[in-house]
Design a protein around this ligand. Structure first.
Ligand SMILES: [Mn+2]
Length: 147
């Protein structure tokens, strides 16, 4: 084995498999599937407006900062996507211990239910900040997500 990343058993990115798998078993995506997910996210975000319409009612959330288990608790209390709509105001990563899980779940939800979740970019969603703040706790980075 080259590195300790999650095993890639092949196949396409199955969102209806991975959303519950990440939420309940806390399995992270193999790198190949994460890249597929990021590409699909990029295709969605690039089409969104600077002023983005949002379905009401909506739950507005501040910085998650890698606190994946608090994010799961937030969905448990506030309701699950797509039954509820959410806006996340950025700062998904750094500080907490589970930036990868947090970012992956939000990406998967966005590409599965794009109209139900709005992801704004915080100042931590940049190469410079994640390298400075994230590397210490999260050696996998995610800095490549920036381009
Ligand atoms: Mn912050």
């Amino acid at each position: 084995m080259e590195h300790g990343g999650p095993k890639d058993s092949g196949g396409d990115l199955d969102l209806d498999e991975w959303v519950p798998r990440l939420s309940t078993r806390h399995d992270i995506l193999p790198e190949r599937l994460l890249k597929l997910a990021c590409q699909r996210l990029k295709d969605i975000l690039i089409e969104e407006n600077n002023v983005q319409p949002v379905q009401l009612p909506v739950v507005i959330c501040g910085d998650i900062h890698g606190q994946f288990f608090d994010l799961l608790e937030l969905f448990r209390i506030g309701g699950h996507i797509p039954e509820k709509n959410y806006i996340f105001m950025g700062d998904f990563v750094d500080r907490g211990y589970n930036s990868v899980e947090t970012m992956e779940l939000l990406i998967l939800l966005k590409i599965r239910y794009p109209a139900c979740i709005t992801l704004l970019r915080g100042n931590h969603e940049s190469r410079q900040i994640t390298q400075r703040c994230g590397q210490r706790l999260d050696p996998t980075g995610l800095s490549w997500i920036d381009h």
